[in-house]
Design a binder for this molecule. Structure first.
Ligand code: SF4
Length: 209
């Protein structure tokens, strides 16, 4: 099954979320608890895209509510976004993990998962119509911009966005995923967080949120 066949024409976010809840377009729906669709301001000027739901998100059905999500919320506020200004989602909507004993260990989604899920993130971007799409980490970059861009090399710069769901005026910005900051050694984490806030502040400056 191709996920695009599940997407209703002219669908709003509520209809898209309902349609995505039954998606079986790739193998990830099997072990995961549920589809974790995007959430936030349906008319946001800024839409942030991460990798995939984590363990907490998979259980709650809401994106960015685990440790990395809390870090992102803090960075978004510190960068100058007012509360409720953004929409957040993931490139892949089901949690990919490996069981080790009772623990579910995150696994990076494969290219086929990213490709299978692309219609959903494209439909979200088309429905929200953001001015700027922020790609958080390498998976979001691959899903939305392709393999030409690298977070390390291209972060913090506004560029034209021509990926799924784009309008001619849409722009994109790449930055690090907050979970990468949590994995940094103690002495690098403060700088990693400051760099994320700095990148998000570029977005705040570019739109009047
Ligand atoms: S990860 Fe995406 S494409 Fe795969 S089953 Fe879930 S919603 Fe469908």
């Amino acid at each position: 099954m191709d996920a695009s066949t599940l997407i209703p024409a002219q669908a709003d976010l509520t209809a898209l979320k309902a349609a995505a809840s039954g998606c079986t377009a790739c193998e990830l729906h099997g072990p995961a608890t549920q589809t974790v669709f995007g959430s936030g301001n349906p008319q946001a000027k800024v839409l942030l895209v991460g990798e995939q739901p984590g363990d907490v998100e998979d259980q709650k059905g809401i994106p960015f509510v685990g440790p990395a999500g809390k870090l992102l919320q803090r960075a978004v506020a510190e960068a100058g976004f007012p509360p409720g200004a953004v929409y957040v989602t993931n490139a892949v909507k089901h949690f990919r993990f490996e069981l080790r004993g009772k623990r579910r260990i995150h696994q990076t989604p494969l290219p086929e998962h990213i490709q299978a899920c692309n219609p959903w993130v494209g439909a979200e971007i088309a429905a929200v119509r953001p001015e700027i799409v922020v790609c958080l980490g390498a998976t979001a970059v691959k899903a939305l911009l392709g393999s030409k861009y690298r977070v390390t090399k291209d972060r913090g710069e506004l560029m034209r966005y021509a990926g799924p769901g784009a309008r001619p005026e849409t722009r994109a910005l790449l930055t690090i995923h907050p979970s990468a900051i949590l994995r940094m050694p103690d002495d690098a984490r403060e700088q990693g967080y400051a760099d994320l806030v700095r990148d998000l502040a570029v977005v705040v400056q570019a739109v009047s949120v």
